[in-house]
Each structure stands twice: as structure tokens, then as C-alpha cells.
Write a protein that binds this ligand. Structure first.
Ligand SMILES: [Zn+2]
Length: 83
């Protein structure tokens, strides 16, 4: 059963549900990549909309002490711009 999202807040596009990958970040040091997240995606501007229960579920997953599916390395860089 397809879920109905409102039109895109930014461009009025016809938002429909897709599975997306989310870089879920909390604090300064922790990032979890969560795959297969249902989200409303705008086909025009790409804006993503998450239902409240999905956000809660991501929070739960990110904070759960359970072993992640796998660990990945993420490059860390700094931008050096003379101001
Ligand atoms: Zn849009």
C-alpha cells in the first residue's frame, strides 16, 4: 500500500516513497550509515521527508548497543581556507 506524502515543501514536486541511505549523525564523533530507510523523496529537487516513526527508528538503531552489520572507515578532512 503506497503511503501518501504531501507535495514537496520547496518545489511542489510529487513526493513518493523510496528506500534511501541515511548518514545518521549525532554528536561530533559518531556517524551511522543506515540503509534501506523508507523516505518520501521529491523527484524534482531530491528533498527527503521522513515520517516521525522512521526518525525514531533510526535513532533507536543508531543508539542501540547491538553489533553493527559491518564497520566502515570514513575519511576525515579539514578545509583550510585563509580568512
Ligand atoms: Zn522538491
Amino acid at each position: 500500500m503506497p503511503r501518501v506524502y504531501s507535495r514537496c515543501h520547496f518545489c511542489g514536486g510529487d513526493v513518493s516513497e523510496k528506500k534511501v541511505t541515511v548518514d545518521y549523525r549525532w554528536g561530533n564523533e559518531l556517524i551511522a550509515i543506515i540503509d534501506n530507510v523508507p523516505a518520501g523523496v521529491c523527484p524534482k529537487c531530491g528533498e527527503q521527508y521522513f515520517r516521525a516513526e522512521i526518525v525514531k527508528e533510526m535513532e533507536k538503531l543508531a543508539h542501540s548497543g547491538e553489533e553493527p552489520v559491518r564497520m566502515i572507515e570514513i575519511p576525515y578532512r579539514e578545509m583550510a581556507i585563509a580568512s
